[in-house]
Design a protein around this ligand. Structure first.
Ligand code: HEM
Length: 516
C-alpha cells in the first residue's frame, strides 16, 4: 500500500511539473509572445522531428513563410528570416559578443575545436592560434600543391571514365579537397586521389558524419559516446558511427605523436622555429603547440586533435559540394558559359605560365562571376544559431532578451528574390559590373558565413575553386551523364552542408570529345 502511494505521488508530481512547464512556456516564457506553432513552443521534440527527418534549416524557413519573418521554432529558439538582419546577428568580435548555441556547437562532435566551441572568448583565443596558417599569403604558398593535386585529380577522372564511361564528381572532388587540406594542415596527404577505394571509403565516412549531424544536434552525447565504444564492436552495430570514430582516433594518434615530438624538441632545445608554413609535418599541431596565447590545457593532444578533425571535415565536404555544383551548372548551360570561360583562361595562359597564380585568376571577370554564382547556389543549408549573452537584440518592434538563442539560415539569404531575382536560376551575369545591384549582391554573398565565426579556410577554398575551375575545362570537354537537377543537384536535406535527395546518383560526367 505504501509503495502504491509513493508511485501515485511521484506520478502526480511529474504530471503537475509537466503541466506547469507547458503553461509557463506558452504564457509566461520570455519568448511566449512570439508567433509559431504551439507545439514548437511547448516542446523541442517538434524541432527535433524536423531535424531528424533531415529537413532542418530548410524546414525553418518554410516555417517562416507560414508564419512571419520571425518564428519561435522551439521553446528557447527564435528563427529570423530577414536578410538584412544578418548584419545584426552574425557580427565580428569588435561589434558584439556572440556565443554559439550549445546544441549547434556540439553537432559536429568536436567541442574542443574551433567550430564546436560555444563560448565567444574561448573561440576567439582558439581561432587566433589557427588563423596565421590560413592567411591569404599562406594559401598563396599552397598554389603549387593545389596544381599538383589537380593533376592527380585529372588522372583519376581519366581512369574512371576510361573504365566506366562516366565519373561521379562529388566523390572525386572530395578526394581532391581532402588531399589538399590534409597535406596543408598535417604535412601528409591522405592519398585519396591515388587510391580510388580509399577515396570511396573516405567519402562514405564523411557521408556518415554528415548523416549523424542532425542526431548529434539533438542528442549531444552521441558522438562522445561512440568514441568510447571499441571500434570492432561499432563496426558491427553502427558502421557509419564506426567510421566517424575511426577518424577521431586517427587524428588523436597524429596529435599525440606531434606532442611527443614537440616535447622532445623542447627538451633538446634545438630546432624550435615558429611554424607558420602549411605543408610542414604536423603544421597545424605545431602551430598550436608553439602558440603563446594558448594555455597548456589547450595544448593537450585530445584537444588539438579536435581542430584537425574539424579542418579535415570542413575543408573537404564544403569545397567538394561547391565544385560539384559548379560542374553541373556550367555543363547544364554549356553553350553560354563555357566558351567565355575558356577564352578568358586561354588568354591569361597564353600571356604567361600554364599555372597562373590565384591573384591573376581572380582578375578574370567571368570566371569570378561563375564562382560567385556557384557559391550562392551551393550555400549550406544549416541554420546558424547564436546567443548574445549580455545584449538584448532588437528585431523591428521585438526585443530578444539577452541570452536568447536566435538563428538564421544562410541559404535563405542566398535565395532571397529581393537581392537575387529568379534565385533558382544560375546566372553568373549577376556578378558583372553591368548589374546595377552588384554592390548589394556582393554584400549578401554569405556562402562563407559572416562575423566572428566566418569560414577560417576561405583563402584556401578560393584558391582551390579558382585553380580547379580554370583548369578542368581547359583540358577536357565534358558533358553531363544522366544527371537530373532535382534528384542529383539541388539540396533537399540539411546535414549542415546541404545534401541531395536520398535517390541521388550524383553529378556524373563523360567526355563529349577528347580534346588532348
Ligand atoms: C567552398 C568552400 C567552403 C565553404 C562554402 C565554407 C563555408 C563555411 C561557413 C558558412 C562557415 C561558417 C559556419 C558557422 O558559422 O557555423 C565555415 C566555417 C569554417 N570553415 Fe569553411 N567553407 C569552405 C571551405 C573551407 C576550407 C577549405 C576549410 C579549411 C581548410 C574550412 C574551414 C572552416 C572552419 C575551421 C570553420 C569554423 C570557423 C569558426 O567557427 O571559427 N572551410 N565555413
Amino acid at each position: 500500500m505504501a509503495n502504491f502511494n509513493i508511485w501515485v505521488l511521484a506520478s502526480s508530481v511529474t504530471l503537475l511539473y509537466f503541466i506547469g512547464l507547458v503553461i509557463y512556456r506558452l504564457y509566461f516564457h520570455p519568448l511566449s509572445k512570439f508567433p509559431g506553432p504551439k507545439l514548437a513552443a511547448v516542446t523541442s521534440w517538434y524541432e527535433a522531428y524536423h531535424d531528424l527527418k533531415g529537413s532542418g534549416g530548410q524546414f525553418m524557413y518554410r516555417l517562416n513563410k507560414l508564419h512571419k519573418t520571425y518564428v519561435r521554432l522551439s521553446p528557447d529558439e527564435i528563427h529570423i528570416s530577414d536578410t538584412t538582419w544578418v548584419d545584426t546577428l552574425l557580427v565580428s568580435s569588435a561589434q558584439g559578443t556572440r556565443d554559439k548555441y550549445v546544441p549547434a556547437a556540439n553537432q559536429a562532435g568536436t567541442p574542443q575545436g574551433v567550430f564546436g566551441t560555444s563560448a565567444h572568448n574561448t573561440h576567439r583565443r582558439r581561432r587566433a592560434a589557427l588563423s596565421p596558417l590560413f592567411s591569404r599569403s599562406c594559401a598563396a604558398g599552397a598554389e603549387g600543391l593545389i596544381y599538383d593535386k589537380f593533376d592527380l585529380l585529372l588522372r583519376q577522372i581519366d581512369a574512371q571514365i576510361a573504365r566506366d564511361g562516366y565519373i561521379e564528381m562529388r566523390t572525386v572532388f572530395l578526394a581532391f579537397a581532402t588531399d589538399v587540406v590534409s597535406k596543408y594542415c598535417l604535412g601528409r596527404s591522405f592519398g585519396l586521389l591515388e587510391d580510388e577505394t580509399k577515396g570511396k571509403e573516405w567519402h562514405d565516412s564523411i557521408r556518415a558524419l554528415a548523416k549523424t549531424i542532425p542526431y548529434a544536434r539533438q542528442f549531444n552525447w552521441i558522438i562522445p559516446l561512440s568514441q568510447k565504444i571499441p571500434i570492432s564492436f561499432m563496426r558491427v552495430v553502427a558502421p557509419d558511427m564506426a567510421r566517424v570514430a575511426a577518424m577521431h582516433h586517427d587524428m588523436e594518434a597524429q596529435a599525440s605523436q606531434a606532442v611527443k615530438e614537440h616535447e622532445q624538441e623542447e627538451k633538446n632545445s634545438v630546432g624550435i622555429s615558429f611554424h607558420r608554413n602549411p605543408t610542414d609535418k604536423f603544421a597545424i599541431f605545431r602551430a598550436l603547440l608553439q602558440h603563446h596565447g594558448l594555455p597548456p590545457p589547450e595544448k593537450r593532444f585530445n584537444r588539438i586533435s579536435h581542430e584537425a578533425v574539424t579542418l579535415m571535415a570542413a575543408g573537404g565536404e564544403t569545397t567538394s559540394s561547391t565544385l560539384m555544383m559548379a560542374v553541373y551548372f556550367i555543363l547544364a548551360d554549356k553553350q553560354n558559359i563555357l566558351p567565355r570561360l575558356r577564352e578568358e583562361v586561354e588568354s591569361l595562359m597564353s600571356r604567361g605560365s600554364s599555372r597562373p597564380s590565384v591573384a591573376d585568376l581572380e582578375r578574370l571577370p567571368w570566371l569570378t562571376a561563375v564562382i560567385k554564382e556557384t557559391l550562392r547556389v551551393s550555400t549550406l543549408t544549416a541554420r546558424l544559431t547564436r546567443v548574445a549573452p549580455d545584449e538584448a537584440l532588437q528585431y523591428n518592434d521585438w526585443v530578444l532578451p539577452a541570452g536568447t538563442a536566435v538563428s538564421m539560415t544562410l541559404r535563405e539569404i542566398s535565395f532571397d528574390p529581393e537581392i537575387f531575382p529568379s534565385p533558382m536560376a544560375f546566372r553568373p551575369e549577376r556578378w558583372l559590373p553591368s548589374n546595377p545591384n552588384l554592390d548589394k549582391c556582393n554584400r549578401y554573398l554569405v556562402a562563407f558565413g559572416r562575423g566572428s565565426r566566418m569560414c577560417l579556410g576561405i583563402n584556401l577554398a578560393h584558391a582551390e575553386l579558382y585553380i580547379a575551375l580554370a583548369t578542368l575545362f581547359r583540358h577536357r570537354d565534358f558533358e553531363l551523364h544522366d544527371t537530373v537537377r532535382e534528384r542529383d543537384v539541388d539540396f533537399s536535406r540539411d546535414f549542415f552542408v546541404g545534401e541531395t535527395s536520398a535517390s541521388a546518383k550524383g553529378v556524373r560526367v563523360k567526355y563529349a570529345k577528347l580534346s588532348v
